[in-house]
Design a binder for this molecule. Structure first.
Ligand code: BES
Ligand code: ZN
Ligand code: ZN
Length: 489
């Protein structure tokens, strides 16, 4: 679907040609394009300022049916995210106009202080992700995605980067897979159904798949995970996915929170939009999609994904506030609040993975706390880590993919807030403030001496509003980030 090609604009039949334009510099070598941009600027139809746009028809210089000029703003301010967004908006515009194909010209100018490979990657990502639709549940007014997205480049560039489109497409397909899972309503992704969907996608990629069902979990004494699942009609699962790389020594573990619906349990949620809690499995979706992508790309490191999947519901069988349970690791936990369920399912998965696989490092992703959204807003994830290098590496990957991460502290003395009068630890902190930190500290009690990072994605996992390259709903946050990190290890 993504293609890099060089063609003659005078001859090629094109539905729409999208051209990124700076307000203060010419980014394109093609004389026909330069003429068209100059004319538009001269008539003051268009000035190249950010988000300025104009569509021109029937130009003598270019055979395309439409040429759309899109402003990028000042040349020095253009970064990869500007280009990613431009490509995403272009794809969305074309979908709205019911087109099937688009051509986007790639600026190949040294005026942009950006690497060509990074420019190509960003533009292809934006277009691919902007072209994603979740219309499974629509009968009427069903939008149609573009069939072909072409990038106009020089012959040399097309040749040099000929393998890039399929790599970018694979990674973005991971992101859109995660988005589809997140957008699926909870009635169609009960733990059993979500598990089946993961397993069927994983089996297509030669991943080793193990599913622990309720009786396996009981036999293994995963008391924390089982306590969260107790109130639901639907049975819990722990899904293990393994990507084995030939000759690789290192194993990285990824753990993702998979609460298919978080009602809060008996501490039922009030105030927040409870329907958004179908997205409480976004960490699980990101981890599963990353493993599937890693297998597809034959990533050179061993990866094990552990995905605890439950539904958090109130009922006569549900765990009560005040209940004391025993975790897989043996620590007893007082359930101070049934809505702090994410940490409970995560610690059993984490303990199990640490015990069984002894990974070099472990990263967990979770829509864990509203407090993290209060701290960092809806677009930035919180990173908590006991390892400087791992934290730095994650933050760098996030800057590259624009899945932004901000380091948060793990202060030892805050652990006091998790004390219980009756059990080893309480899942509910005794103070309201610093909730993202106390949640991370709770997890830290179960990682032993493993290099570990916890990414709280409660903010960026889900968005009520669409943006340049994502529709309203699940964003797939984490997949491109983790794929980039795995590439560096
Ligand atoms: N799934 C929620 C966290 C959440 C909030 C995700 C908003 C996405 C958007 C989590 O299980 C939860 O309810 N956490 C509680 C913890 C508290 C009871 C200690 C919270 O954040 O209020
Ligand atoms: Zn909750
Ligand atoms: Zn939750």
């Amino acid at each position: 679907m993504l293609r890099l090609r060089h063609v003659d604009l005078k001859k090629e039949k094109i539905q729409i040609l999208a051209v990124p334009v700076c307000e203060d510099a010419n980014l394109h070598h093609d004389p026909a394009l330069t003429t068209v941009i100059k004319k538009a600027k001269k008539l003051k139809e268009f000035n190249g300022k950010k988000d300025d746009e104009v569509t021109l028809y029937d130009l003598p210089e270019i055979k395309a049916q439409r040429v759309m000029l899109i402003g990028l703003g000042k040349c020095v301010q253009v970064d990869l995210e500007t280009l990613r967004s431009m490509a995403g908006k272009t794809a969305k515009y074309c979908i709205k106009k019911e087109l099937t194909d688009v051509w986007i010209t790639v600026p190949e100018s040294d005026k942009l202080k950006l690497e060509m490979s990074a420019v190509l990657e960003a533009m292809q990502e934006g277009a691919y992700l902007g072209n994603h639709l979740f219309v499974k549940y629509k009968g009427t007014n069903k939008k149609k995605a573009l069939k072909q997205i072409n990038f106009l480049v020089t012959q040399e560039t097309a040749k040099k980067f000929r393998r890039l489109p399929s790599t970018v497409a694979s990674i973005c397909q991971g992101t859109t897979l995660a988005r589809d899972w997140i957008n699926t309503p909870s009635n169609d992704k009960t733990p059993e159904k979500f598990t089946k969907s993961i397993v069927s996608a994983a089996n297509k990629q030669r991943l080793a798949v193990t599913v622990l069902n309720e009786s396996d979990l009981k036999q293994k004494k995963m008391g924390a995970l089982l306590a969260v699942a107790a109130g639901s009609q639907s049975k819990p699962r722990l899904v293990l996915l393994e990507h084995k790389a030939k000759g690789a020594k290192k194993t990285v573990a990824l753990v993702g929170k998979g609460v298919t619906f978080d009602s809060g349990g008996l501490n039922i949620k009030t105030g927040t939009t409870i329907s958004d809690m179908k997205a409480d499995m976004s960490g699980a979706a990101a981890v599963a999609a990353t493993l599937i992508t890693a297998a597809k790309l034959k990533t050179k490191v061993n990866i094990v994904g552990a995905i605890p999947i439950v539904e958090n519901m109130p009922s006569g069988r549900a765990s009560r506030p005040g209940d004391i349970i025993r975790s897989y690791a043996g620590k007893t936990i007082e359930i101070g609040n049934t809505d702090a369920e994410g940490r409970l399912i995560l610690i059993d998965a984490i303990s199990y993975v640490v015990h069984k696989f002894k990974p070099e490092m472990l990263i967990d992703l979770a829509t864990l706390t509203g407090a993290c959204v209060v701290a960092l807003g809806e677009k930035i994830a919180g990173v908590f880590s006991n390892d400087e290098d791992l934290a730095a590496s994650l933050i760098l990957s996030g800057a590259k993919t624009h899945e932004r991460c901000w380091r948060m502290p793990l202060p030892d003395d805050y652990k006091e807030l998790l004390k219980s009068d009756f059990a080893d630890i309480n899942n509910m902190p005794s103070a309201r403030w610093g909730g993202a930190i106390t949640a991370a500290l709770f997890l830290s009690e179960f990682v032993q001496d493993t290099r570990w990072a916890h990414i709280d994605i409660a903010g960026p996992a889900y968005s009520k509003k669409e943006n340049a390259y994502c529709g309203a709903g699940g964003t797939g946050f984490g997949v491109r980030l983790l794929c980039d990190l795995m590439k560096k290890l």
